[in-house]
Write a protein that binds this ligand. Sequence first.
Ligand code: OGA
Ligand code: MN
Length: 232
Amino acid sequence: MPKRSMSLELHAPQMIPDAPIGAPDTLLYDRLAEDIARQGYSVQPNALPDELSHALLMHCHQLQSTQFEEAGTGRGQAYLRNEFVRKDEICWIHGDSDAGRQWLQWCEQLRQALNQALFLGLFSFESHFAHYRPGDFYKRHVDAFKGQANRMLSVVVYLNPGWTQNCGGELVVYQNEQDQTGLKVTPLMGTIVAFLSEDFPHEVLPAARDRYSIAGWYRVNGSSMDRADPPR
Ligand code: OGA
Ligand code: MN
């Protein structure tokens, strides 16, 4: 993937409001699209541009703890807090910070590339920061239920520099409902995981360190003549 040269980095692009996020990383989009077409998921280390991951992590640290909320499951009226299922805290990204806006722009470029390559009809995007304190977890779950035609593709990116195996906190992605082994992903800075939301149960194992990630979902347009379906 293209990396900025040192001399450009000295100019700290994240300090400029609405700084452009750089040329689309077509090689990365191709790899993601190819994996998703072949196997329904993709794991890409070093995928998010360094400046963007660092700006997002810095923003996460700056968010007051009051801006994070205890996570729950379900949407709208069906939203439930259940500390036996998940213990993390989350903060939705609405694009009211430079880092948040650049993240949303980056995800919009990815949305367009995946739609061109895969004809998925991805329509909108929603995402939140997640903070897992030491010991926090998110038990095995799926992000969308079949037939509800809402969340189509899940994307998770990690914001943890220097994460090693003894830090724990892996994402475990299971191939199907029967799979009990799964594929373990280390939540290291810049890694992106994408998977079809209905098809891959997954879980977050407890970590020994504070663990930061962004989880996002591309949705298809569920609107019909009598039911508007705006993103959250
Ligand atoms: C989620 C999720 C995984 C992670 O928020 O739905 O599965 O690694 N997150 O943070
Ligand atoms: Mn999930």
